[in-house]
Design a protein around this ligand. Sequence first.
Ligand code: F6R
Length: 246
Amino acid sequence: MRIYCEKDYDAMSRRAACVIAAQVVSKPDCVLGLATGSSPVGTYKQLIQWHKQGDLSFREVRSVNLDEYYGLAPDHDQSYRYFMQANLFDHVDIVPENTNVPDGLAKDPAAECARYEQVAADLGYADLQLLGMGRNGHIGFNEPCAEFPLATHLVDLTESTIEANARFFASADDVPRQALTMGIGTIMKARKILVVVSGADKADAVLKAFAGPITPEVPASILQLHPDVTLVGDESALSKLTGAKG
Ligand code: F6R
């Protein structure tokens, strides 16, 4: 595992954007696995800037997002489809048809999960999967549980995740209670994984995930078994991980 310890969120974002840009430059038609949330916003901003400067093109890139709230329409301003349009897709030259996010309004969630897993499989899974991490160690919306879920599935969000995400909604009551998420198996099929973490409130989760036992109680701990992981964090998030260096 490579660890980059950066001084703050902006430096973390630039470093993560470098890793993604390197992927896109070395394989222009790559498959990017993408994430939402606060962690990758700065990374996407940097990628947009490089695109606007003429240094980076997403014309041939295909993308597959990790997850979507179940019950939110794509044009709901807290849906993950909306997030991706607003924070990346609308500002770069990616072809809209080449972007994939689970359908939060699917009538049959099990069928939607099977369809989405097939989309990822047909793309050959991600060349590079970008991940944020929850304070409870979740990746995608794979919450702590008894067994690592393999494929895309419908998940009940934990109180800790609902509480953490309530900041984006009018109140915690408005946060959807379920989500469609890639499974741990889907994520682990990516050729490379890039994790971005910032802030002191992630320090315990980082420690447990990367220096603790591998357990579905800390879903990100499975990444210790992946052969190509890059962890990019700011100093606060990595503060409890010994041996981290920039
Ligand atoms: C988002 C996702 C989540 C977030 C995680 C961290 O697509 O799958 O796992 O990465 O909840 O969220 P932030 O970055 O907002 O702290």
